[in-house]
Design a binder for this molecule. Structure first.
Ligand code: PAU
Ligand code: NA
Length: 601
């Protein structure tokens, strides 16, 4: 079922506006899973649980909130960077990215370009500011800069975002397991929800980070195994290359400035920066990791090291899209002659998702405690820690409930997850940017701006969703527990040039974060000026970023290069400079690679 389908696929793609087409399959499942596969899968759950128990009974035994939420602020940069990457890399990306690349070619790979600014800006603006303010949660910043009400609005928005996202994260691998083994869907959701809740509630952030490290290894191993076997089945590297090239899967850089085209260099590389900022700059799950590191420098370094990790993750999922036909079933068909490999791949999917929902549980428990409960009720440390653990458990239950809501929805999981980030994370990013870059913004402006951003997000997001309804695009058969359903593969979305409101509705979902965060800043500033802008001296120190001063000193440094010296500051600056150069070089590599691919095809 390989070669012929490639041709069919590309023929359909080339024919332009086409609704999705279906392929009938016989995924009775059971044939894929042997006893070894079940053992591998069970080992993943047992090992994750064991790591949780280890941190429950060592160190401070999770008896303080400092340890439970911030790992005693003792983390080193390597585990942190793997954990930072794992947080927003779930089974959604593992299945969704290859499906996207398979269906629409490697254009999506250009999202790798947005990782450069998307990580440099957090590393040099957000992390130093948050770290020096000794925050207990990132939303405490909003109270320092504005007032308590803004903090609560921010917290509630974050809770909403993560709860919806968790549902997608837990549902995806369970449905995959159900599809390939016939394993009960809700049994899988409950089992993973339970294991994850337990190790998160017992082991705190240390367990979450170290399980993330372990799960990342399983995730990469599973993907690599699939790619190696896939290339082998295709007859080796050069045959595989010819197949994907002739199948039209290799896309050159698309510089079309039209913001309604789903994936171009601009939507992915520039729109994606705002997505990255909302995730890696101001999302509590990530800021919690920066704050848990031993030193500020180590926090910055961990952010830098996310860059190569994310590039590897992106490369693996894109390569997987190139070597496979219909992600899930193809993988299983391909691997069934290798006992243990289907199990490893399913373990890979669950690893990806466990590392995501554990981060969600822990960050949700943290903000509920630190931002919503602690400021209003005084309690002993022991009580606060117990309550935090109970909160982690409660979010576990909510997560399973959300999985059911996702079960009722019916859309591409990757696009759904990235849209949630843009629609809810975008306004949050705008709120933080308003506070950090605009000293004149006041609290009324902040609340009004956030509200306007959310209204804009849901207006455009839901409008876009509804206007695309007729040619509904679906990436995986994720609408039913019935595994003998037909499988739909996404077709290129294309329509006549939309006008008026429809133009707004057809905005690429990759721009959601940029649009919604800009709306917050714009409306926030207008309302601030109408209600009396904050005066420079009234802003709490350390809560605004001195844009002008930094630009001036940067310019100064460029004009007058410093004489060679070997002070510690110099060494630090030099190593930062070197890392920046490496990152930029890797970014260029990303572009060059695909430019060349264009030339060859
Ligand atoms: C969010 C990025 C772009 C970067 O972390 C990527 O990991 C991704 O596409 N995530 C999709 C959502 C998910 O995997 O749950
Ligand atoms: Na993950």
């Amino acid at each position: 079922m390989t070669g012929g389908c490639y041709d069919e696929r590309s023929a359909r793609c080339a024919s332009g506006p086409a609704p999705c087409y279906t392929l009938s399959m016989d995924p009775t499942g059971q044939k894929y899973f042997t006893i070894i596969d079940y053992v591998i899968f069970a080992l993943l759950l047992v090992a994750s649980m064991a790591i949780g128990l280890y941190y429950a009974f060592t160190g401070g035994r999770q008896s303080t909130t400092q340890e439970f939420m911030y790992a005693d602020r003792s983390m080193k940069c390597l585990p942190l960077s793997l954990s930072l990457m794992a947080t927003f890399q779930s089974a959604v990306a593992i299945i969704g990215t290859p499906a996207e690349v398979y269906a629409n070619g490697t254009q999506y790979w250009f999202i790798g370009c947005c990782y450069i600014l998307g990580l440099l800006i957090p590393a040099h603006i957000f992390i130093p500011m948050f770290y020096r303010l000794h925050l207990t949660s990132v939303y405490q910043y909003l109270e320092l800069r504005f007032c308590k009400a803004v903090r609560i609005c921010g917290t509630v928005t974050f809770i909403f975002q993560m709860v919806v996202y968790m549902g997608v994260g837990i549902y995806t691998p369970a449905l995959a397991l159900n599809a390939v083994t016939g394993f009960h869907l809700w049994g899988a959701v409950l089992a993973t929800g339970l294991v994850c809740t337990l190790y998160t509630a017992l082991g705190g952030l240390k367990a979450v980070v170290w399980t993330d490290v372990f799960q990342t290894v399983v995730m990469f191993t599973g993907q690599l195994a699939v790619i190696i076997v896939g290339v082998h089945q295709a007859g080796g590297l050069s045959d595989a290359w010819v197949k994907v090239r002739d199948g039209g899967r290799i896309s050159g850089i698309d510089l079309n400035p039209d913001p309604t085209v789903r994936h171009t260099f601009w939507t992915l590389g520039v729109g994606g920066v705002f997505l990255m900022l909302s995730l890696y700059g101001v999302n509590q799950a990530q800021v919690q990791r920066y704050l848990s590191s031993r030193t500020e420098k180590e926090a910055v370094m961990s952010c830098y090291m996310v860059f190569p990790c994310l590039q590897v993750a992106l490369m693996l999922s894109c390569l997987m899209g190139l070597v496979m036909f219909m992600v899930l079933y193809f993988v299983m068909d391909m691997l069934q002659n290798f006992p243990g490999l289907p199990g490893l791949f399913v373990a890979c999917l669950f690893s990806a998702s466990l590392s995501t929902i554990s981060s969600a549980f822990n960050s949700l428990a943290t903000v509920t405690m630190v931002d919503l409960i602690k400021p209003h009720y005084s309690m002993t440390e022991a009580r606060a820690t117990l309550l935090s653990k109970m909160l982690a458990l409660s979010y576990g239950i909510i997560c399973v409930a959300m999985a059911y809501v996702v079960h009722l929805m019916n859309s591409s999981v990757l696009q759904a997850a990235l849209s949630i980030f843009g629609m809810v994370g975008g306004p949050l990013l705008g709120l933080f940017c308003l506070g950090i870059f605009f000293p004149c913004a006041n609290s009324i402006g902040a609340v009004a701006g956030l509200a306007a951003g959310l209204v804009m997000a849901f207006w455009v997001g839901i409008g876009g969703f509804l206007s695309r309804m007729p040619s509904s695009v679906q990436v995986l058969p994720f609408n039913s527990t019935n595994t003998s359903e037909n499988i739909t593969v996404p077709a290129v979305i294309d329509a006549a040039r939309p006008a008026g409101l429809n133009g707004l509705y057809s905005l690429s979902y990759m721009w959601y974060s940029a649009l919604n965060s800009s709306t917050v800043v714009l409306i926030g500033l207008i309302i601030s000026f109408m209600t009396g802008p904050t005066k420079g001296d009234d802003v709490a120190s350390g809560t605004v970023y001195p844009v002008m001063r930094t630009a001036q000193s940067l310019l100064h440094k460029l004009v007058k290069p410093s004489a060679c010296c070997t002070s510690p500051e110099h060494t630090v600056r030099w190593s930062y400079g070197f890392t920046v150069k490496c990152i930029v070089a890797l970014g260029h590599f990303n572009v060059v690679k695909l430019l060349l691919a264009d030339r060859w095809s």
